[in-house]
Design a protein around this ligand. Sequence first.
Ligand code: GNR
Ligand code: NI
Length: 181
Amino acid sequence: MTSATPAAPGTKLPILMPPHPMLRGRTRRVGPADMEQVRALLPDMFATMYAAPGIGLAAPQVGVGLRFAVIDLMPNETPAPVVLINPEVIRVSEDWAVREEGCLSLPGQYADVTRPARVAVRHQDANGATHEIEAEGLLAACLQHEIDHLDGVLFVDHLSALKRNMLLRKLAKERRQMAAG
Ligand code: GNR
Ligand code: NI
C-alpha cells in the first residue's frame, strides 16, 4: 500500500472542541526540562494531524498546555513536517491577505480570515536549535493560526461577533445532531 502521508508511528489523540477551556487558555513556554515530554508527544501530534487530515495542530488542541505546534503543508503531496517550539511572530507585513480557514477544533466550519500577508516567525526545533521562517500565502496563515492557538485564540475570533456566534452555534448544532445519530 502506498500513502502520501508518512507511516506515522504515533497514536491518534482526541482533538478538543469548544467550549473546552484548554482552547481558551494561554500556554507555558517550553523550557529545557519540557523537551523530553515534547519529543514524546510529537509522533502522536503528527499522527493526529495527518489522520484528520490537517496542515497544522497546536498542543492545546490535544490538551497540552505547552507552547508548541506541528505543521505540514504537504507540498506536491510530499511530507514536509515542521516542529514549532516557542514560535513567535517577529515581523509582519503592512499588507493583508484574505484566506478561507478551517480548524480541526471547529470541524466543518470555514470562513474568510484577514491576516498580515507575510510574517517572519522564530522558533526552535525538537533539538532546541533556533530557526527563522519567512512565509507568505498558506504557510503565513497557518503559522499565525497555530501561534493564535498557543494564546487561546481561534480563527473565529478574527470575524465579527455575528459571524463568530453563527459558526459556533452551527458547530454545536451539528454536534448535537451527530450525537443523536
Ligand atoms: O488544517 C488546517 N487548515 C488550515 C487552513 C487555513 C488556515 C489554517 C489552517 S490550520 C488547520 C488545522 C488546525 O486547526 N490547526 O490548528
Ligand atoms: Ni486550528
